[in-house]
Design a protein around this ligand. Structure first.
Ligand SMILES: Cc1cc2nc3c(=O)[nH]c(=O)nc-3n(C[C@H](O)[C@H](O)[C@H](O)COP(=O)(O)O)c2cc1C
Length: 316
């Protein structure tokens, strides 16, 4: 079966992000993969309404599909089909674009691999037909590369972009094998005139191709430039948790310890904590368990209607 690599851009048509993704896709095609490109701006994707029908459905052995009818299905189908995805978003106000976040919200709970796995197992126990269970392709191993583009000359004007981009792949359990932050984009009329970045995109494409054509065991190997502070997501962001020397990786949700050694900051995440990262199945399963055992339905507050009365229409 031919390997399929998907590129999704949240940038402007034919601008930096799009051309960077297409450069990487061209390398994947050269290596023998089928490639497909989606420009998010061409699609009508509605905001998540927060109805949590996807979660309820998955908790009851259903398929978790969203009730909204729009072009999200184009992204969904392409993600289910692919073996690798290259996602790129411009940095807008330090983070990926609003549409990027909209797509992440639509992917979030409904595509969570631990929710889908449990829904499938429970659905089978309930005797449900396979067609009523989560899409079988959700369970296929896939990899990703993430790209963000910032116009600013200073890298910290992109600070939340890359960590936030993990939201795209996290719930589906797609392993990120390379990432690249292009800052200073406004110093070039177009990225086509920036050889360093274009060369890096060729390498990013080659890294993705190498991953999809390697054994399942080697597929998820990290191929990016830097190891980063967190050994799981390879990002450099940390949360200070105000508990002795403890810090957390905000992407993975795991705890580490910080120390100063010879004037240098050293951060360590134990093997056990690394395994708990929400980028891995075990970390997602912890979340599935907390939601499936502790989230309450209606009826907990008997006088809820009465308590809410004074808020109806207030100051609207
Ligand atoms: C609303 C808006 C906010 C932006 N905020 C940032 C920012 O916080 N940091 C940054 O580096 N660039 C920022 N930029 C610049 C874009 O990242 C830059 O134009 C980038 O090249 C867009 O990607 P594209 O060329 O692929 O469309 C912003 C641009 C827009 C339109």
């Amino acid at each position: 079966m031919k390997k399929k690599v998907l590129g999704i851009s949240f940038g402007r048509k034919m601008s930096n992000t799009e051309v960077m993704i297409k450069t990487a896709l061209m390398e994947c095609e050269k290596a023998g993969a089928d490639v497909k490109f989606i420009r998010a701006d061409d699609l009508d994707i509605k905001d998540c309404t927060g109805c949590i029908a996807c979660v309820i459905s998955l908790l009851h052995g259903g398929n978790g599909n969203c009730h909204l009818k729009d072009d999200f299905k184009i992204i969904d189908e392409a993600l289910m089909e692919c073996d690798a995805v290259i996602v790129g978003s411009p940095t807008y106000v330090l983070s990926p674009t609003g549409k990027f976040k909209t797509v992440c919200d639509r992917l979030g709970p409904s595509h969570d691999i631990s929710f889908r796995t449990n829904a499938k197992e429970n659905g089978i126990k309930m005797g449900k037909d396979l067609s009523k269970l989560p899409d079988e392709r959700s369970f296929k191993k896939r990899v990703a590369a993430l790209i963000t583009v910032g116009g600013a000359m200073t890298q910290n004007w992109l600070s939340f972009a890359m960590p936030t981009m993990y939201e795209f792949t996290m719930s589906m359990g797609i392993d990120v094998i390379d990432k690249y932050e292009y800052f200073g984009a406004m110093a070039y009329e177009h990225v086509v005139g920036n050889k360093k970045v274009m060369d890096r995109m060729i390498r990013l494409g080659q890294n993705v191709a190498e991953a999809v054509f390697s054994s399942e065991e080697d597929m998820s190997k990290w191929r990016g430039d830097e190891e980063g502070v967190c050994p799981v997501c390879h990002c450099d962001m940390l949360t200070v948790v105000h508990n002795k020397n403890k810090v957390e990786c905000p992407v993975c949700g795991i705890s580490g310890s910080l120390a100063l050694a010879d004037g240098e900051i050293k951060v360590e995440f134990s093997e056990e904590e690394q395994k708990r990262s929400r980028l891995f199945y075990d970390g997602k399963l912890e979340h599935y368990v907390e939601i499936s055992t502790k989230a309450v339905g209606s009826g907990q507050i008997p006088n809820k209607k009465e308590l809410l009365e004074k808020y109806i229409g207030y100051a609207e």
